[in-house]
Design a binder for this molecule. Structure first.
Ligand SMILES: [Mg+2]
Length: 319
């Protein structure tokens, strides 16, 4: 199916499209905001969706924050919403371990930030202190010291969680790899995102290495495949459905700026999809995928496209 630009839809088409979903799952960065600033028009559209009776969930592959911090951010930027309508990968990691009956006498080694450890606190799962790898000296043979030092902890560690951290280093890879020599130790990746968008002080957009790059480093060294929790893994939608069993995939709209995570999550779960052009992927990319002979690339084509989420406002304000 080719992608339809919302500018090419009649008012009648927009109206019937709007009536075809009653749940909205939206990515955050690149759709609702960039950095600390809301994208113009996005808060109004989200609030208009609620006025029209739609339930809105915020779904993000960013693991650096606890849901409480996201709640603060959505409130400050004018999006509103309840704590249980926010699903981040730090929360997902804690829920995943809880659901699979993680032995609470064991610990987690976190390559990431406090967002993850705070979520682990909420479910009573122990972890090694963030930055523990800094205690290891690398003045002599890496392997020998790594083995000795990690050995102090390794019998306790039954999971390695990798999220985003700005202080990612060789020490993280060494420690994670040591723990993962235990076949019972799980390797959990918060997200597969290879990059994410950031703007510098001159508002110029840059692509920075994301969690997926760190996962690839550990995966390569350890020779183990991770369990990837974030989008496009259906787990994010399954959590929404678990809490709200009335949510139907065919009546749910997934909004995102990145095709291989956001749009693919939609495709993997049978949701409707809308891509916006304020983040990672552009309409030109969508056109390329539409004409691609590669079926994997064709799956990245969203149902609908809008240059900005805010462009919807004019089309839905009088409905
Ligand atoms: Mg995004």
């Amino acid at each position: 199916m080719p992608c339809t630009h919302i500018n090419h839809m009649s008012d009648e088409d927009v109206k019937s499209w709007l009536n075809s979903f009653d749940t909205v799952m939206t990515d955050c960065d690149g759709v609702l905001w960039v950095g600390a600033e809301a994208i113009q028009g996005s808060p109004q559209v989200i609030n208009r969706f609620r006025e029209l009776g739609k339930r809105v969930f915020f779904v993000t592959n960013n693991s650096t924050k606890h849901r409480r911090e996201y709640k603060q951010k959505v409130d400050t930027l004018g999006f509103g919403g309840d704590l249980d309508e926010i699903i981040g990968t730090a929360y997902l990691a804690a829920s995943y371990l809880e659901d699979c009956g993680f032995d609470k006498t064991k610990k987690v080694y976190v390559v990431g930030s406090a967002g993850i450890t705070q979520e682990l606190d909420d479910v009573g799962i122990q972890y090694l202190p963030i930055g523990v790898e800094e205690r290891m000296s690398i003045t002599t043979d890496l392997n020998l010291l790594g083995a000795e030092d990690a050995g102090l902890y390794s019998k306790d560690v039954n999971a390695v969680i990798i999220g985003f951290t700005r202080s990612f280093s060789l020490l993280h890879i060494i420690y994670a790899t040591k723990f993962l020599t235990n076949p019972n130790c799980l390797l959990i990746a918060d997200s597969p995102d290879p990059t994410f968008s950031m703007r510098d002080e001159n508002n110029v957009k840059h692509q920075c290495p994301g969690t997926g790059s760190m996962v690839a480093a550990v995966e390569t060294a350890a020779g183990r495949k991770p369990i990837i929790l974030g989008k496009p893994n259906p787990l994010m939608f399954e959590i929404v459905q678990k809490r709200h069993p009335s949510v139907k995939p065919e009546r749910t709209l997934m909004i995102g700026d990145r095709a291989d995570t956001d749009i693919l999550l939609g495709k993997n779960c049978g949701l409707q999809t809308l891509m916006v052009g304020t983040g990672v992927h552009s309409l030109e990319k969508v056109k390329d995928w539409e004409t691609s002979t590669d079926s994997e690339e064709q799956r990245l084509v969203p149902d609908k496209f809008a240059d900005r989420l805010g462009d919807l406002l004019d089309r839905i304000k009088d409905l």
